[in-house]
Design a protein around this ligand. Sequence first.
Ligand SMILES: Nc1nc2c(ncn2[C@@H]2O[C@H](COP(=O)(O)OP(=O)(O)OP(=O)(O)O)[C@@H](O)[C@H]2O)c(=O)[nH]1
Length: 656
Amino acid sequence: MPLRRLHTRLLLAVSIPLILVSTTLLPVLHVHMETRLNSLSAEADALLKVGQEALTRDINESLNYALAIAEMPGLRRYLAAQSLTTLTDQQYSLSDLSQLSNFLTTLISHNARYTKLVLIDNQGREVLRAPRSNKTGARVSGNLHVNTDYFIEASKLLPRDLYISPPGRNLQFELFGRDVIPVVNVSTPVFDATGERRGVVLLSLNWDYLTDALRQAMLLDQNANMILVDAQGRWLLDEGIGSIDTASFGGNFAALSPLYWQAMQQRNEGNATIDNHLLRFQTEDIRTQRYRSLAGTIFSDNADHPWKLGVTLPRPTWLSLFKEETTVLWFLLLTYGVAVAFGIFWSISSQRQRELRQAAQRHAYEVSDLYENAPCGYHSIDKSGLVVKMNRTELAWLGYSAKEVIGHINYRELITPETREEFEKAFQNVKDNQSGSAECTLLTRNGEHRHVMIQGSAYTRNGRFVHSRAMVFDLTERKQLEEKLRAQAMTDPLTGVFNRRYLQAQAKIEMSRARRQNHPIALITIDIDHFKRINDEYGHDVGDDVLKNFTQIVSDLLRQEDLLCRVGGEEFAVLLPNTAIEQAQQVAERIRISIEQAPTTVEYEGTQQALKVTASLGVTPIHVREKSLKPALKRADIGLYKAKENGRNQVILHTL
Ligand SMILES: Nc1nc2c(ncn2[C@@H]2O[C@H](COP(=O)(O)OP(=O)(O)OP(=O)(O)O)[C@@H](O)[C@H]2O)c(=O)[nH]1
């Protein structure tokens, strides 16, 4: 049981500090985490804004470029001339063409963003292309663009309206022995000065170049990744990023990263946490008003718009937080270690204290039990004798409860007046700082007497008497035993009457009283006649019965102050205080007659038999001058012998 309690305490010692430290530090770490998440969100916002600016800045410029080119007078004239049926009608010199071609080639080749510029007439025929080859100059080819989206759409537009094709739509026109480069085609109609539609200007933009600005923006944070997808879930960047596997440009982002796609599809902008990454995204629509500084309406394939532009940043984890905040971690571990060590110390020491307390309690209980239930009494009394403490044993002897005695009864009141003096003497000795003992008689509640031996000693403090503490031994049994032994020593065990020793002792007292009071005193000796015959004839047991019957008969005849004693085998004596010799003679005669007339009923050989006995008696007065009983006994015996000689069953007085 104590071991199980220790285990529980040790468990608490380990778990409570853990809970306390955790509940104290976790909120701090939580706030820390919140701060990190807020700054992460702010960073994602900033990155998204930078990325969006980078993407749209170049597109915006290109749109304005396309519009400016479409409104060039030379270009308008050239396209107008192309619509005439004969060369002479075209009224456009070759030098003008060369000038226009050079200008456009320079314009395109000096800006890496553009891959080509194509002039297309109203029939969809390519009438001029830049950049041209250095050798061939501006190429006038017969390519037909009549089925392309940029031609079809731009042919329907009003002046200053624009059409932007989805990125990578028209790859087949960009195969010039180079790697495939995804492009965005921007086309706008060309009108001449009279407002006549003359054709279409196509400006192709290098998509990688445009999105490179976006990638550059992500270098601000090496953990940041950019997402750009169209409305169909098509990946619009060069290659996959970080944890998002999108293969390469045109890959099916919606299928490869469904969680990201679902999150971005549900709203125009917002945040989401996916795969322990923070995603910040917004809608990007290049058809919107803000691109149209010079432009009218911008058209594009509605199915591909709007795009979704997003940025992902890895969220901080508790582990990463701990790794970054090693000081916090060490502090946490140290605090926990100290708390656990303290807890274990507390558990073990409190266990030890508990064991010591239990041992002390056991010891105190044993001492108290010994005090309360000792075979002797214990008490303490103050200077005045008032009881201040008393054990159960003594209380039981006295028949009081502790409440009734302690603080209420003076110990003197519990001692009989006859023995109180001896107590006072012993108590005074104790108060004088000695030990004291007294044999006293206690008076119990129900009036009984109890003989005790009280042994006291002083309890002092700083040399001053505080109280007396005493042991009380019950002498009642001893007294009773002594009494019994004394009685046994004075009594005949067979008949219960006193013996010769008692007769002699008592005779002395009575003789002295008789002397003092001048009273006569007499003595009778009695001997049963032929008692030997009874023993011989009926057996010793019958003889005993006769002796007992004899003493009973004699005792019944005597006064209370008379003393019957057995002085020999079948020989008895009766001391008669305050009795004259004549009266003694009469008593002797009464005894003789009673013995003779009262047979003893005995059982002999299975039948009841009445046994008659007689006795011979000698009577003598005890003289005042005699100091002992001896002479009187001798005289009475002389009378008794004479009675025997004279034939027995008679009383003979012998006075001298
Ligand atoms: N049963 C019994 N017999 C006892 C006791 N004490 C003495 N006696 C017997 O008493 C008898 C005494 O006998 P004796 O002294 O010869 O005298 P007696 O037979 O009485 O004859 P007389 O005295 O001459 O009449 C003896 O036989 C003793 O053994 C006793 O306590 N019990």
